[in-house]
Design a protein. Structure first.
Length: 94
């Protein structure tokens, strides 16, 4: 079983902007999301960590060195969800 996937409206806008720009390979973020949906640990290169400040209580990982994914896991694997909150570069998100 895997978590259900939720995308915030802001994430959907971020996704549209990134896909339209052609500057990132969307397959890379899909691979990270699959790992998160199955509660598999991410490779150290993704630098997965908790956030503070405006995003306290959620997590961030690096898809590439300057492409970030802000997300939240809610509930257990079988019945929980993975909420994709934002994606973009450091300068776009912070």
């Amino acid at each position: 079983m895997t978590r259900t996937l939720e995308e915030t409206s802001q994430f959907k806008r971020d996704k549209k902007r990134i896909k339209g720009s052609g500057r990132h390979d969307w397959g890379k973020i899909r691979a990270v999301v699959v790992e998160l949906m199955n509660d598999r640990p991410l490779a150290p290169k993704h630098r997965d960590h908790d956030l503070v400040g405006d995003y306290v209580g959620v997590r961030e990982c690096h898809v590439t060195p300057d492409w970030l994914l802000i997300y939240d896991k809610e509930g257990p694997l079988a019945t929980g969800s993975l909420k994709l909150i934002r994606t973009g570069s450091h300068s776009e998100l912070f």
